[in-house]
Design a protein around this ligand. Structure first.
Ligand code: BGO
Length: 756
């Protein structure tokens, strides 16, 4: 005998639920009350093509929160009784409002079909709904009906029975609620998964959302669990406090904004109106900002404006920071005696970490601009517009946000970017997104780019950064297309872009968001980057030169000094080689003296320069012979066609750990080879003076860094979110891509004589 199936009818009050129920069940109705409450419970038993069906009419509700008895009754029924399918009766003439409940069913993951009722009314009002597209976007069957005249009800029942007999598992849909809420959901979800009592009954992600929404029955239930409950409440409190401080609203209303944003994203695509109904302010702004022609132009101007603002605004403070670290370097050098300890402090720590910290002001300007885009809601519009382009390259609409978070607007981070791919339903689209998002210009690459741009493209800083942004998107999209037609071949899935309403950012909120990101960068510089800098300094300093080598350099210096001492007249003021610096106090007087005295000055200049050159050669030889130098040198066999010398190779190896390390390692490597008597100067100035460095070398290095290997933490997160296979693939394919593209850039540059 066929199994009995249970269908629940749900919907907003006045959506036509009773009419549907009456027309389907006819006279076979049973009317009573829901247990414990006086809310009317109607159910009916019917037979459809031999299958026995129980139809339960849920009370009319607007949402699945626990504000009213009706909502609690409906929710408990769904959770406790788990009907085989929910038929959501949606009023087509009031789609936006009615979809709010539908979206909550999707979040719960319950098998769902939608009866798009009252299409006669929507038609009469000049509202056309693209039913096929709506069904694709929501990924559920949608059946247009006119319940009053029984139109479409047979088909509706047929579809309901079809879905119900599939008996599929609950599949909660993830809506992107923005970084703060998502991290809260993740943390709470992880805790709740530990307790089978709830996680077996409710989808943990749904419970986590309810917890952040402040749903009382759910909070009461969790409270009972001492360990998990306490921890969940702490997270909830932290997130709420943060959102209140930054956006001046609570988590519940922010979640509701994003849900409506999700719905607006759908209705924008599927609803066409003959006569424009009342437009809200957000709609009016969107008519300009997301206009098909004006929108992309404004978007590019905004992006360029951000880079102008960042580079112009931070120019002076970055110079102050650089000067500060130079000063610290000079003071420490003068206090500490020459030797290994001074080298560690000055070259390893101050020059290394200082190079990274000098860019704090630049990042602050960038983060401030990004905070304005995020807090105002414009970033969602950028995602909405980019989505059209992304779909040509086989990526999903939800990939856009992940790419933006990863540094689509320079300054992001690939780690939350990988997490953000959780909103993608298809695993192939998700992995394709994960694999290409490390190409974006994250906040760690930004200071390295900024240093190279300042050194070699100082006149066009904003323009170059703008170009690099376009290039990183270009590379990511082409790579995605290649992946989607080869190893990740598969069908496209429907998508919805959340468009939450615009809001005016608060200054306090902007400052908090800016500082949070900046502090993370400073913390990373003071911990991970510092540790790796010291490690790399050790690798670049040891084993050091052999005794014979040291003696040979000493002999060369000795010969020079002897030459100086034998200059006529010198023996009167300088007796020994160790004391030649004592000539400094005579220097000025001798410069203005007789021809013989002037000759002594010239000889002194020669010996000083010569000693400097020998010191430079000695430190260079020590670096070349160091552990890191040996590796760097060995790699030149591969990297010389790209124009990279061994010190760049060392930095790039260090960059596997974290991209900022490239900057600190270049800082250390080029300071180790610096002449002893030279004044400390910023890395960008040092590089300009280095032979072999020019615009082409700098640009090739930027392109290589943009593409080569995700940082260590990103690789681990990719592994966690997919598998070791894909994490290792990410390293391998990005390394190959970086090499090929950089080779083409460098060789083409040489051939055309550009930037050499
Ligand atoms: C009255 N099209 C149209 N045009 N109307 C519909 C449709 C449809 O597809 N489906 C339902 N209705 P309920 P809930 C009414 O009762 O089923 C109408 O709350 C009236 N009543 O006929 O009750 C339906 O169970 C006097 O209208 O909804 C009903 O979800 C004048 O939508 C109303 C006009 O349906 C609500 C209408 C005395």
């Amino acid at each position: 005998m066929a199994e009995k199936i249970k269908i629940a009818l749900a919907g907003n009050p006045n959506s036509g639920k009773t009419t549907v129920f009456n027309n389907i069940t006819g006279t076979r109705q049973h009317v009573g009350n829901w247990p414990g409450v006086t809310v009317e419970k109607k159910s009916g038993l019917i037979k459809y093509k031999g299958t026995e069906i129980e139809i339960v009419d849920l009370p009319g509700i607007y949402s699945l929160t626990a504000y009213s008895i009706e909502e609690i009754v409906a929710r408990n029924f769904l959770i406790e009784e788990k009907p085989d399918v929910v038929v959501d009766i949606v009023d087509a003439s009031n789609l936006e409002r009615n979809l709010y409940l539908a979206v909550q069913f999707l979040e719960l993951g319950i098998p769902l079909i939608i009866a798009l009722n009252m299409v006669d009314v929507s038609d009469a009002r000049g509202i056309t709904i693209d039913v096929k597209k709506l069904s694709e976007m929501l990924d559920v069957p949608v059946i247009p009906t006119v319940a009053r005249s029984n139109k479409g009800l047979k088909e509706l029942l047929g579809q309901a029975v079809k879905v119900a007999t599939e008996k599929r598992e609950w599949k909660p849909v993830n809506i992107c609620y923005g970084g703060d809420i998502i991290s809260g959901i993740d943390d709470i979800e992880k805790l709740l998964e530990k307790n089978d009592t709830y996680s077996g009954k409710y989808p943990p992600s749904w419970l986590a959302i309810k917890c952040l929404e402040g749903d009382q029955p759910i909070l009461d239930m969790i409270k009972g669990d001492e360990m998990i409950g306490q921890a969940c409440f702490k997270i909830r409190e932290k997130i709420n406090k943060h959102i209140l401080a930054t956006l001046d609203q609570d988590a519940e209303s922010l979640i509701s904004d994003y849900r409506y944003g999700y719905i607006v994203g759908i209705t924008k695509e599927v609803v066409k109106r003959e006569r424009e109904s009342r437009l809200y302010l957000s709609d009016k702004i969107d008519r300009v900002l997301t206009n098909r022609i004006l929108g992309p132009i404004i978007m590019l101007l905004v992006l360029y404006g951000i880079y102008e603002f960042t580079f112009r605004g931070s120019e002076a403070p970055v110079t102050w920071f650089e000067r500060f670290f130079e000063l610290v370097s000079t003071i420490v050098s003068s206090i500490l005696p020459e030797g290994i300890f001074r080298s560690l402090i000055v070259s390893g720590i101050i020059d290394g970490v200082g190079s990274v910290l000098s860019f704090v002001p630049l990042l602050m300007f960038m983060f401030f601009a990004i905070a304005i885009l995020e807090d105002s809601g414009y970033i969602a519009r950028i995602a909405y517009m980019m989505d059209r382009i992304l779909s040509w390259f086989g990526l999903h609409g939800s990939s856009v946000m992940a790419l933006i978070v990863s540094g689509g607007i320079a300054g992001g981070c690939a780690v939350p970017g990988v997490m953000a791919t959780r909103t993608l339903r298809s695993s192939k689209e998700r992995i394709a997104t994960m694999l290409v998002l490390p190409f974006m210009n994250c906040g760690a690459k930004l200071p390295v780019f900024a240093m190279l741009i300042a050194a070699f493209f100082a006149k066009n800083e904003a323009m170059i950064m703008f170009l690099l942004t376009l290039l990183s998107w270009g590379f990511a999209l082409v790579a995605a297309k290649i992946l989607r037609i080869t190893v990740l071949k598969g069908a496209k899935t429907p998508f919805v872009m959340e468009l939450p309403p615009y809001r005016l950012p608060t200054f306090k909120g902007l400052l908090i968001h800016t500082w949070e990101r900046t502090w993370m960068y400073i913390k990373k510089a003071g911990t991970v980057i510092l540790a790796i800098s010291i490690l790399l300094w050790i690798m670049m300093t040891f084993p050091g030169l052999s005794k014979e080598e040291i003696n040979s350099f000493k002999d060369r210096k000795g010969a020079l000094i002897q030459e100086f001492l034998s200059t006529p007249g010198v023996n009167k003021i300088v007796k020994t080689g160790e004391g030649i610096n004592s000539f400094d106090k005579y220097y000025d007087i001798y410069t203005r003296g007789s021809e013989r005295k002037k000759e002594i000055v010239r000889a002194y200049d020669r010996v000083k320069k010569g000693i400097d050159k020998i010191d430079f050669d000695e430190q260079g030889a020590a670096l070349e012979g160091s552990f890191a130098g040996i590796v760097g040198k060995a790699l030149t066999a591969i990297t010389s066609p790209l124009g990279f010398e061994y010190r760049v190779n060392i930095a790039l190896v260090g960059g596997f750990a974290a991209k900022e390390v490239i900057l600190s390692t270049l800082g250390t490597a080029y300071s180790l080879g610096e002449g002893v008597s030279e004044e400390p100067e910023p890395l960008s100035v040092r590089l300009q003076k280095e032979p072999g460095w020019n615009q082409l070398t700098a640009f090739t290095l930027i392109i290589f860094m943009m593409l080569y290997v995700p940082c260590f933490v990103t690789v681990i997160v990719i592994k966690k979110e997919s598998s070791w296979r894909w994490a290792l693939f990410a390293i391998f394919y990005s390394l190959v891509s970086a090499y090929v593209v950089a080779l083409v850039v460098h060789q083409a540059g040489l051939f055309l004589g550009v930037g050499v």
